[in-house]
Design a protein around this ligand. Structure first.
Ligand code: SF4
Length: 298
């Protein structure tokens, strides 16, 4: 949706995405695109050059929300990498949200390892005190080789440290991991290493998505050239099982209920780990049905 006048609505530009858990949030676009924009599987922001939107336009959108979005008590800052905004400017945005939308109880945003590194723990704590309640971090894999191949621009150890830094500042952490992203060849290595990364990071939420190959992306080209092989449905279930088996959280929620997945799983770990493994075993044995291919979506 593109809107240009203050009276017409929010100023959304290009394709916009938000985590499933922010479905009912006020969506405030403060950046465009992703400052990294190099992951080989990602086609989300290929049409956008990363920019931070003009303060005047951001304020207009906050004022629009203050008039028409009084029933939504969560707000999600878009696009891909809002935490890269310099601290003082981000603080200004959070202050304006608090001033004009006092009913908003939680502000969320996407982050990446680089943008978390660029903020001190003190700055993150201050952002938290000004309303930033949750950050969503794309981990994708705990396997160093896979992280290199997909051009994630970071390492497993750095991801663990940055995830812990967010939680130390009091901000909730939700991470995503990507089933299938290591291909057939490294499927189980990726599953184990990702489980180990998650155990070391111990986030509040883990969302497992299943890779969907997007035409035009570098990974799609590798797939077409036969360099990348996507695991089949059965192998993806085994990968999910192996990942959960290697994940030890102290009360975090592991879920794979995103529309891209074949089997929805939701388990509080460690209590419901065995239940989740049993459910996957049921699906592997054909006792539990899977989401049909045509109903999968990004
Ligand atoms: S996956 Fe995330 S970090 Fe990577 S290019 Fe896409 S939006 Fe940017």
């Amino acid at each position: 949706m593109d809107c240009t006048s203050e009276n017409e609505g929010m100023h959304y530009e290009g394709m916009i995405i938000r985590p499933p858990s922010e479905a009912f949030s006020i969506l405030l676009q403060v950046t465009m695109g992703c400052s990294h924009n190099k992951c080989t599987f990602c086609g989300t922001y290929k049409d956008k050059r990363f920019t931070i939107k003009d303060d005047g336009m951001i304020l207009q959108d906050i004022l629009f929300a203050s008039r028409y979005m009084k029933r939504q008590d969560r707000l999600f800052l878009m696009d891909g990498d809002v935490l890269i905004i310099p601290y003082k400017r981000l603080l200004w945005i959070l202050e304006r949200i608090r001033e004009h939308l006092p009913w908003v109880k939680r502000v969320g945003a996407y982050a990446n390892a680089k943008s978390i590194k660029m903020k001190t723990t003190e700055e993150l704590k201050s952002l938290h005190e000004h309303g930033l309640g949750i950050l969503y971090l794309g981990v994708e894999s705990g396997d160093e080789e896979t992280l290199k191949r997909i051009n994630k621009g970071t390492t497993a150890i750095n991801l663990i440290q940055m995830g812990r830094k967010v939680m130390e500042a009091g901000i909730k952490l939700s991470v995503t991991v990507l089933l299938g992203v290591a291909g057939r060849e490294r499927s189980l290595i990726h599953a184990r290493a990702t489980g180990e990364l998650l155990s070391a990071m111990d986030p509040d939420y883990v969302g497992a998505l299943t890779l969907m190959l997007i035409p035009g992306t570098p990974l799609w080209k590798d797939y077409e050239a036969g360099i990348f092989e996507m695991p089949n449905t059965h192998e993806l279930l085994i990968e999910l099982r192996e990942m959960i088996a290697h994940t030890d959280l102290t009360g975090g929620l592991f879920f794979s209920n995103h529309a891209s997945n074949y089997l929805p799983v939701k388990a509080r770990l460690p209590q419901q780990k065995q239940q989740a493994l049993d459910l996957i075993d049921g699906a592997l044995a054909g006792r539990i049905g899977l989401r049909p291919e045509e109903f999968r979506a990004l």
